[in-house]
Design a protein around this ligand. Structure first.
Ligand SMILES: [Zn+2]
Length: 253
């Protein structure tokens, strides 16, 4: 097959993924065999779950589109979807179940604190993460781009920031979760949902001062952990306030 050239332009924050040799756009790839657009995009460092739309010579295509000759390609992210006009979107926006890799403990805790279903194990390996993702239809959260490029990953996101709070804001925005925030409804330890518990039901498990000063309790029906508005609660409220302040501060951008 005669060699041909693919010229790719990556829009929005997809530049984050481009390797140092691809910093100046358009990125040029020289091919000598039929290649899927998905493989060419990922060879530039951009995982497919981050790609919401692809235009090939102006035509919207899916990931399985095959390239055979000189081609101009435009690649769009999920963020700011409204500003990129195309009829064919490759990602779902609203996903409410997640599995996070072992490096995203703070993000996981924040998501649970805000009421979202986030599976997590500090020790899970790649295979286990992908199994949970597929079996329970969860979106994969990881900063491991290679893992995100795995062919069985349908939905996923790579947090750009390295800090838990910023990562949380990114995930809330990416998956359109802001309206669904429900603080203190999920166990921070095990991810199960919390239910109100009468004081009489939990009193035997409480410290003496807690028995005296608190009357309202929630219990996790997964692991049995009891929650009340004690000193740790104020710290958690501060975390929620901080995240919500960031969300409001950037509204309209
Ligand atoms: Zn629990």
């Amino acid at each position: 097959m005669k060699p041909f050239t693919i010229r790719l332009n990556f829009f929005g924050d997809l530049g984050f993924f481009l390797g140092s040799k691809f910093r100046s756009q358009p990125v040029e790839r020289r091919l000598s065999e039929r290649t899927s657009i998905k493989d060419v995009i990922e060879s530039c460092g951009v995982p497919h779950p981050e790609v919401d739309a692809i235009l090939v010579n102006g035509q919207a295509v899916g990931f399985d589109h095959t390239l055979v000759r000189d081609t101009e390609v435009k690649v769009f992210p999920v963020a700011n979807r409204d500003t990129f006009t195309t009829e064919k979107h490759l990602q779902e926006i609203e996903i409410i179940r997640f599995v996070a890799d072992g490096h995203l403990g703070k993000l996981t805790r924040n998501l649970r604190l805000l009421g979202f279903d986030a599976a997590y194990s500090a020790r899970a390996d790649d295979r286990e993460l992908l199994d949970i993702m597929a079996r329970e239809n969860r979106a994969l959260l990881t900063r491991d781009r290679r893992l995100l490029m795995h062919s069985i990953v349908r939905h996923g996101y790579c947090p750009r920031s390295q800090t838990g709070d910023q990562q949380t804001i990114e995930v809330l925005r990416r998956f359109n979760l802001i309206e669904l925030i429900a603080p203190f409804t999920r166990c921070l330890r095990c991810n199960a949902q919390l239910q109100d518990a009468a004081k009489a039901q939990v009193i035997q498990d409480l410290e003496p001062l807690t028995k005296i000063y608190y009357d309202q309790f929630r219990r996790c029906y997964g692991c049995g952990q009891i929650y009340w508005a004690g000193s740790h609660f104020q710290k958690l409220e501060k975390t929620i306030e901080r995240i919500q302040a960031c969300l409001v501060g950037k509204r309209g951008d």
